[in-house]
Write a new protein. Structure first.
Length: 88
């Protein structure tokens, strides 16, 4: 399975929940998570999607730590079941 399938499931589940799944394409700041998920009730999550058995790079882990230190959630998901778990 490829990473795009995980991203597609995330987008579908987010929209079904009434939210927005925004792809972050920021060239000036490398290592940011792939997606910003906005859900009703002022819920915000950063999501890094990966292919199965893959994890974030060292730079991505560094950026995730910085974001978490600010009090935001960062989820790293590499399975369809992992996406579904966000919405249960």
């Amino acid at each position: 399975m490829r990473e795009i399938r995980v991203e597609d499931r995330l987008k579908q589940r987010t929209e079904a929940a009434g939210g927005m799944c925004i792809k972050l394409v920021i060239l000036a700041t490398a290592g940011l998570p792939d997606r910003l998920v906005l859900l009703p009730g002022e819920k915000l999550m950063f999501v890094e999607t990966k292919a199965p058995k893959r994890g974030p790079t060292a730079l991505q882990e560094y950026m995730h730590r910085k974001i978490r230190a600010l009090g935001f959630k960062v989820h790293v998901i590499n399975t369809l079941e992992g996406v579904d778990a966000l919405f249960t």
